[in-house]
Design a protein around this ligand. Structure first.
Ligand code: NAD
Length: 455
């Protein structure tokens, strides 16, 4: 049996080892989840709603514990980790409203009545990355349970602790232990078994585009339903007519949040040439002011990278001859620290085209609206982005023209659970969150009932 030694990214101290499950354990979990799903789906909608509300309440009673666990396992600043634990509670609470609202339709037909039902799929497998472990797991868990499914979660190898704790809290809240199971293990073992097991009817995968393509190919063999939330290389487009001070002050938060380990990071800043120099003058002090340090300190805005392996990957984008405009600060000594870094490369440089997933941002100048949109769309990704302008018509024109699933104007809004989230192009397939998410965990069944003619 293999295991992972979990390392605190801020101190490099060993936290604990977590044992991996094997294929036989996954198969056993699927069988138990299948039986639990049938029991769960038979409950009255109000009982399932109550179960989710109780789960949300159990999370609410353990917010500080969950946040502390994420600080230790993932190096997230405590303020962010508290927000994440609160988001888990809120997402469960939001989808607790769904079981009693999952109505089908009655469609006019000749000779009888026609109704649709939203049937649960059965067992759903959720595969998560290490960057927002408990939050991303819950974006799959909550709507899937609400729609009457059982859920198996495979957390990322480096960051399983909060997700494992969530499963315990579900049991404390009274849910069947087999209904939500967390199976720590390797992607090539547990993740691949979710994809190949015929009893897992849908896979929700959040992670890199490279692995997402494997999941999609594997799912094709079973015509298995998938939702894919993949990589990003989002643009922050700054037009000359915007509030430039505000755009520069908020740009670091838009990309360096979670040390840039955010699929929505606005990691390409595109600035209209006429205000480029002024923008850079304003950006420099904002970048230097980012408080990087001990994640447990309340004032910390950015913690370390998640692991040494990931640090090496991020560092490869800033070789000694990199076009560094300026950098922020970072602690020295133990921990996977990387300072916020601003690059001014050529448009074709790999730092501009590849997802770095660290605190490295590129700044490029553009000439006009057409050039800005062309540059923004010159990527295989299409997840997120921001548009800074005081011209309402331009804001709308550019919002419609940028090929991306989630845009914000004059802000860098984060993901809201009340609104749909997902990517264009190679950033994904399908949408999570928002009012329709439970429907994506159902199959629509159409039933026609003939009415006999009066005798
Ligand atoms: P990753 O693709 O390496 O791993 C993601 C998960 O997939 C892990 O749990 C891993 O164990 C598992 N896995 C690995 N090989 C597998 C296989 N063959 N079959 C099934 N599962 C397998 O990604 P990561 O490094 O953990 O996360 C970073 C990536 O995630 C970035 O590209 C980031 O943009 C993306 N991401 C996307 C979103 C989004 O919502 N679009 C959100 C967060 C992260």
């Amino acid at each position: 049996m293999t295991s992972t030694q979990l390392i605190n990214p801020a101190t490099e101290e060993v936290l604990r080892a977590v044992e991996h499950v094997d294929v036989a354990a996954v198969d056993d979990a699927v069988a138990r989840a299948s039986a639990a799903q049938r029991r769960w789906a038979r409950l009255a909608p109000a009982e399932r709603a109550a179960g989710l509300r109780a789960f949300a309440a159990a999370v609410d009673a353990h917010l500080d514990e969950l946040a502390a666990l994420e600080v230790a396992n993932s190096g997230h600043p405590i303020g962010s980790a508290r927000w994440e634990a609160g988001n888990v509670r809120d997402v469960l609470q939001f989808y607790a409203g769904s079981p009693e609202r999952l109505s089908g339709r009655q469609i006019p037909v000749a000779g009888g009545i026609d109704v649709t039902f939203h049937e649960p799929m059965g067992v759903v497998g959720v595969i998560t990355p290490w960057n927002f472990p408990m939050v991303i797991a819950t974006w799959g868990i909550a709507p899937a349970l609400a729609a009457g499914n059982a859920v198996l979660v495979k957390p990322a190898e480096w960051t399983p602790l909060t997700t494992m704790r969530l499963a315990e809290l579900a049991v404390e809240a009274g849910l069947d232990a087999d209904l939500l199971q967390v199976l720590p293990g390797q992607g090539s073992v547990v993740g691949e078994r979710f994809v190949s097991h015929p009893g897992v009817r849908k896979v929700v995968f959040t992670g890199s585009t490279a692995v997402g393509k494997k999941v999609l190919a594997g799912a094709a063999a079973h015509v298995k339903r998938v939702t894919l939330e993949l990589g990003g290389k989002s643009a922050n487009i700054v037009f000359a007519d915007c509030d430039l001070e505000q755009a520069a002050a908020t740009a670091p938060g838009g990309v360096f949040d979670n040390a840039g380990q955010d699929c929505c990071a606005r990691s390409r800043i595109l600035v209209q040439r006429s205000v480029y120099d002024r923008f850079m003058e304003l950006l420099e002090p904002a970048v230097r002011a980012v408080a990087v340090g001990d994640p447990a300190a309340e004032t910390t805005e950015m913690g370390p990278l998640v692991s040494r392996a990931h640090w090496n990957k991020v560092a490869s984008y800033v070789p000694p001859n990199a076009p560094v405009a300026f950098r922020g600060t970072a602690p020295t000594g133990p921990g996977f620290w990387f300072p916020p870094t601003v690059l001014t490369p050529e448009r074709t440089d790999r730092s501009v085209t590849e997802e770095i997933f660290g605190p490295v941002v590129t700044v490029l100048a553009f000439d006009d609206e057409h050039d800005a949109v062309t540059l923004a769309n010159d990527t295989e990704y299409g997840l997120s982005g921001s548009i800074w302008t005081d011209d309402l018509s331009r804001a709308l024109r550019v919002s419609r023209a940028v090929e991306s699933g989630n845009l914000s104007v004059n802000s860098h809004s984060s993901v809201r659970y009340t609104t749909p989230f997902g990517g264009f192009k190679q950033s994904g397939v399908g949408r999570e969150l928002g009012p329709d998410a439970p429907l994506h965990f159902t199959e629509t069944k159409n039933v026609f009932i003939a009415i006999k003619e009066e005798q």
